[in-house]
Write a protein that binds this ligand. Structure first.
Ligand code: AOF
Ligand code: ZN
Length: 374
């Protein structure tokens, strides 16, 4: 039996480990963000977080700080310590070698190369292991990594911006700018947490966006990740309509053109074609695209697209989170609507989301919603 006072300390320390892990959410991909705290007599003697794939894991940084004092100490880790030889050696072995006596873990690592083996190794070395402390909060650190490991597809956030009456553009397509600069700065923060920004050829041809993370638009209240890792711009271009002169090619960040067959070559050092089967609709088969993105280690996708791709993603079940910004304007009946979906026959057949967060961003409102399965 663990004493109540020890459970309280365990929560506090894991809370700190989660805070540390959060520092990595914009830089660790394709690896998960992980934090670690090492304590002796309930006093912190080492802290660490994973910073970049290829560099040491959270436990290694924390062990280094703790030094010889790690013998007999407790380690708090937000993810099961790894047991495999990846880009770096196994953390479970490092904890054992350092003489750690107790390990508190927030959640299992669903990576099939680890998946319980890290914990098993610690048990075999007679280390006292407790799993599940602040598990829900730890899960929220890495929605993309967890989705890729569990569902074999990325975690997808569909972002849309509209007027107060749910319109995204005037009937002639003009849409810049419906929401204000604060909302656009907020978008920068979400882009920076994503491995990729997904859009369609229509948006490229109509709005000609750059889709990069830009220092000039970064929210003043947050620090810019250093060094900044630009997301991959993924464009669904089923009919090979994107050409060399699109603005996305003005940035050196990677572009993946998702096509059903090869098109005219693009002169851009980091532009790659990704060939995906055509669906009956004549468009890219979304399920095949998702599998391909998982294979390419894409964890989190942020979409900035039009009404038809957004609707296709929602209808295919590839929208894990909706982020909607809305301004105070009214654009009227003839203006374009947010989602290109058919009207349900009855209200109870409507696609439903559950609103989980709502806040003011500058002059606009931001709503976060998750799909509600009935
Ligand atoms: C940990 N601590 O801080 C992280 C872990 O290629 P590698 O060596 O970087 O291993 C990557 C895998 O290790 C990753 O897919 C995930 O399963 C685990 N991440 N594990 O013990 C850490 N970042
Ligand atoms: Zn590790």
């Amino acid at each position: 039996m663990i004493k109540l006072s020890q459970l309280k300390v365990d929560h506090e320390m894991m809370h700190r480990a989660i805070e540390l892990a959060r520092r990595g959410i914009m830089t660790t991909r394709p690896n998960p963000a992980v934090g670690c705290v090492i304590t002796k007599d309930n006093k912190v003697i080492g802290e660490g977080w994973h910073q970049r794939a290829g560099e040491p894991h959270a436990e290694i940084h924390a062990l280094k700080q703790a030094g010889a004092d790690a013998k007999g100490a407790t380690a708090y880790v937000t993810l099961e310590p790894c047991s495999h030889m990846g880009r770096t050696p196994p953390c479970a072995d490092a904890l054992i070698e350092a003489g750690i006596a107790r390990v508190v873990v927030a959640m299992h690592d669903p990576n099939p190369r680890v998946s319980g083996n890290g914990i098993k190794r610690l048990h075999e070395a007679d280390i006292d292991v407790l799993v599940g402390v602040l598990e829900k909060s730890a899960e929220q650190l890495n929605p993309g990594f967890l989705s890729r490991m569990r569902e074999n597809r990325p975690f997808i956030t569909v972002k849309m911006a509209s007027s107060l009456d749910g319109k995204t553009a005037l009937s002639d397509g003009r849409s810049q700018w419906i929401t204000g600069s604060h909302a656009r700065a907020d978008v920068q923060y979400w882009r920076a947490q994503s491995d990729a920004i997904l859009t369609g050829a229509d948006t490229i041809l109509k709005d000609d966006p750059m889709l990069t993370v830009r220092q000039s638009q970064w929210p003043a209240t947050r620090s810019l990740p250093e060094p900044l890792k630009q997301p991959i711009r993924i464009v669904i271009d089923s009919q090979n309509r994107v050409t060399d002169d699109a603005k996305i090619f003005e940035s050196s960040a990677p572009v993946w053109l998702v096509r059903c067959e090869p098109g005219k070559p693009i002169r851009h050092a980091h532009c790659h074609e990704v060939i995906i089967d055509k669906a009956a609709s004549g468009k890219v088969e979304l399920s095949a695209l998702m599998t391909e993105l998982a294979k390419r280690e894409v964890n989190q996708v942020w979409t900035e697209c039009g009404a038809s791709l957004a609707a296709a993603l929602i209808e295919a079940g590839y929208c894990d989170r909706l982020i909607m910004y809305s301004s105070g304007q009214l654009l009227g009946n003839a203006a374009r609507s947010l989602f290109d979906i058919d009207e349900p026959n009855t209200l109870d057949k409507a696609i439903r989301f559950k609103i989980t967060d709502r806040r003011q961003v500058g002059d606009d409102q931001r709503v976060i919603a998750v799909p509600q399965f009935m």
